[in-house]
Design a protein around this ligand. Structure first.
Ligand code: ADP
Length: 378
């Protein structure tokens, strides 16, 4: 059997830009017919468009997912079921696939013919000819509405459970504090030691419950963003203060590369603290003892750019595209025996997107990592 060179053979399929003749692939030999039938029947919604986005081919799932018939789809653009996202999303989308000629991967909300909104993961790849010109775009879309609903139910349960735990925990905390302070009678030195342990553990547990609550709210997109004019300097100093103990434990020095008169920006303080503390704690966790971290801030006309640079273990190149994915931890973290959940960066990315900020990073294994956050000034 002839081996299929998928990319080459697809490019060589005698495609016509005329929607009437596109897809009439009867002259193909066995292997390609098989390939065509696989694509036709794939669970994902697959379309091929010309370089202006006009649809030349749509598989069967496209009809099932969008609700439009093949006749209604061919010749149109994906705006038929699109147009639900903010314009910045589409600007970035077209810029990626048409200007940069790169692959776009992302999540999108679309609308079926019956008006129902659905969520999908999309991957759009430009197909280039030998001169590097775009010939077609291939878009693969997976409907993730069901997964999202299950996730939502799971999060609602977690949120409810965390809420329910809050009240008894604060009662236990109060009772142990009263005992510890001798308010209800003398406590021996030995017993005080145990009470102190109970009190500290409850405090940690309460903090964890708050975190779980925050995370479940973020996941459900219900984390209320309350932006107010905030001195960036103050929020940075507070975040650094929160991680002092961790810095001290690993004898890591933190260089502050920013001035005192940083601008006042409209931002949500709680969110900014979560973002900065997560990045700082990671920088500490993945750095060797005695190393250094630089916290820098730069400004241009429109944005403030925060940089957190470490000299730690770095992120292996092959793991870099997955770093913001839920529960993902790179392979090299296991060699240094660190605790972690792979959730921090996932939530940071979530918060950054909800706040309209941008996050990026550069990293080299065994050399270090720098995270950049860009925040609009207005
Ligand atoms: P974790 O709880 O594992 O730290 P995160 O979501 O915060 O989870 O980070 C995901 C993964 O990204 C980490 O497990 C690690 O592989 C990598 N990572 C994040 N920050 C750094 C860093 N500063 N240096 C090296 N690797 C990092």
């Amino acid at each position: 059997m002839k081996k299929i060179n998928i990319k080459q053979d697809i490019i060589n399929i005698p495609l016509s830009r005329n929607p009437d003749t596109f897809g009439k692939l009867d002259n193909l030999d066995g292997d390609l017919k098989l390939l065509r039938s696989v694509i036709d029947n794939d669970f994902s919604h697959i379309i091929i468009t010309d370089n202006n986005g006009h649809i030349l081919y749509a598989n069967k799932s496209s009809e099932k997912i969008t609700g439009f018939t093949n006749e209604e789809i061919i010749g149109k653009t994906p705006t038929l079921w699109g147009k639900q996202m903010p314009s910045i999303f589409y600007e970035n989308f077209w810029n990626t696939i048409k200007e940069k000629k790169s692959i776009f991967i992302g999540k999108i909300t679309n609308q079926r013919k019956n008006g129902e909104l659905y969520e999908a993961e999309i991957k759009v790849s430009p197909m280039l000819d030998n001169n590097g010109e775009i010939q077609f775009f291939v878009a693969i879309e997976k409907d993730i509405t069901k997964e999202k609903e299950i996730d939502k139910a799971k999060n609602e349960f977690i949120s409810l459970a965390a809420h329910e735990l809050r009240t008894p925990l604060s009662t236990i905390s109060l009772a142990s504090e009263m005992l510890l302070r001798g308010i209800v009678g003398d406590v021996s030195k030995e017993n005080k030691k145990y009470l102190k342990t109970i009190f500290m553990e409850i405090k940690d547990m309460a903090e964890m419950i708050e975190k779980i609550l925050d995370f479940s709210q973020i996941e459900m997109g219900r984390f209320h963003i309350i932006k107010e004019p905030t001195k960036l300097f103050d929020i940075i100093e507070k975040s650094i203060h929160e991680v002092q103990a961790n810095l001290k434990n690993k004898k890591i020095s933190l260089k502050k590369d920013y001035k005192k008169n940083l601008p006042v920006i409209n931002l949500d303080r709680k969110i900014m603290k979560i973002i900065l503390e997560n990045l700082l704690l990671n920088a500490i966790k993945y750095s060797p003892k005695g190393s250094g971290i630089i916290f820098g801030v730069e400004e241009n006309k429109k944005n403030v750019i925060i940089k957190i640079k470490d000299n730690g273990i770095g992120i292996p190149k092959k793991d870099q595209p997955k770093i913001f994915t839920k529960l993902f931890r790179a392979n090299n973290v296991f060699s240094i025996k660190t605790e972690g959940s792979g959730l921090g960066l996932y939530f940071v990315k979530n918060l950054i997107e909800q706040s309209n900020y941008k996050i990026s990073f550069k990293s080299e294994e065994n050399k270090g990592t720098t995270f950049f956050i860009s925040i609009p000034k207005n």
